[in-house]
Write a protein that binds this ligand. Structure first.
Ligand code: PLV
Length: 326
């Protein structure tokens, strides 16, 4: 084992002010650039912390993933000198499979959506005595993800508090981690705008149903948001009177438009999962929520979690444009 107890795997990412988004919304917009993490997304925060705590004596790790949790697990395992197996569904792009292999992971492709891959990963953990690394549903992941809010608070400096936090929801791990972080810095009263795409909307569906529900299928191109069931804790938070969580949906077309806008304006390419959050800015959702009285007017600074993602390159972008042309 070639790492020390205190080693951490994630970086302290930049907090950038977006001039163009600020102009569009009439409030300062700050981008927490999690796309610049070594694994390409915020996932490395939680997964790094999880593996430090639970995988030190392990024979190896196995992670079920839409892609980005796997990228984080593969990166962390390589640094810890452990073998990593990542189980992904067929909906995961070839691009990500190759990137996982480049990180040194053994990749298995099982089932149509993440839930199927997860069942296989759990089976492998059992039969091959590997440490199972969950992509979103574990308190250690949330504890790890919380650091991004603590960092953002330090970057903003004392006296600056966001008017709202904007993020994407897949299985709800990022949401739980951000709430953890908001508690840590005393920002529990800051509203959270929780974005999903239509067809990968398990959190929104749970809120509508008043209980955790399982989607029949994932039909969105934002496959990294494609867990059929949101984690119980995320749903519980949505019911809490101490928190304001606004759950909203965008179409795949809006998410795609957002990643193209973000590329043009900020010169950064992110995947559809992240586009879901960015679309809240570019599609006019924020002023709509203000008009409905669900967000205050004027709104304090908006903190956008740019969650990143590895499932994108120019070819993938072109093929998404083809597919989603309506
Ligand atoms: N992706 C998970 C779950 O997929 C994964 O295995 O990688 N933004 C990006 C770029 C992501 O990759 C994910 C999750 C999210 C946002 C949402 O995070 P969550 O799942 O913690 O809500 C099925």
């Amino acid at each position: 084992m070639n790492c020390t107890m205190s080693e951490r795997f994630h970086l302290n990412t930049p907090l950038l002010e977006s001039v163009s988004m600020s102009k569009q919304l009439g409030t300062t917009v700050y981008l927490k650039m999690e796309n610049s993490q070594p694994s390409g997304s915020f996932k490395i925060r939680g997964i790094g912390h999880f593996c430090q705590q639970l995988a030190r004596q392990s024979r190896g790790v196995v992670c079920s993933s839409g892609g980005n949790a796997g990228m984080a697990a593969a990166f962390v395992a390589r640094k810890m000198g452990l073998p990593a197996t990542v189980v992904v569904p067929t909906s995961t792009s070839q691009l990500v499979v190759r990137r996982l292999q480049d990180q040194g992971a053994t990749v298995r492709i099982v089932g149509k959506v993440w839930d199927d891959a997860n069942a296989e990963a759990l089976r492998l953990a059992e039969t091959e005595e590997l440490t199972f690394v969950p992509p979103f549903d574990h308190p250690l992941l949330w504890e790890g993800h919380a650091s991004l809010i603590v960092e953002a608070a330090a970057s903003l400096g004392p006296g600056v508090k966001p008017g709202a936090v904007l993020l994407s929801v897949g299985g709800g791990g990022l949401l739980c981690g951000v709430i953890h972080g908001l508690k840590d810095v005393g920002w529990m009263d800051v509203p959270i705008i929780a974005m999903e795409t239509v067809g990968a909307d398990c959190f929104n569906a749970a809120i509508k149903a008043g209980k955790v529900v399982t989607l029949v299928d994932i039909t969105s191109e934002a496959t990294c948001l494609g867990a059929k069931t949101v984690c119980q804790r995320a749903f519980e938070y949505s019911q809490s009177s101490e928190l304001t969580i606004i759950s909203e949906l965008v179409t795949d077309q809006e998410a795609l438009h957002a990643i193209q806008m973000f590329l043009d304006e900020e010169r950064v390419l992110v995947e559809m999962a992240c586009g879901a959050a960015l679309a809240a800015v570019y599609s006019g959702l924020i002023p709509r929520l203000q008009n409905q009285g669900r967000l205050p007017t004027p709104l304090g600074p908006l903190l956008v979690i740019v969650c990143g993602g590895s499932s994108i390159n120019m070819e993938q972008l072109s093929s998404l444009k083809q597919k989603l042309r309506s």
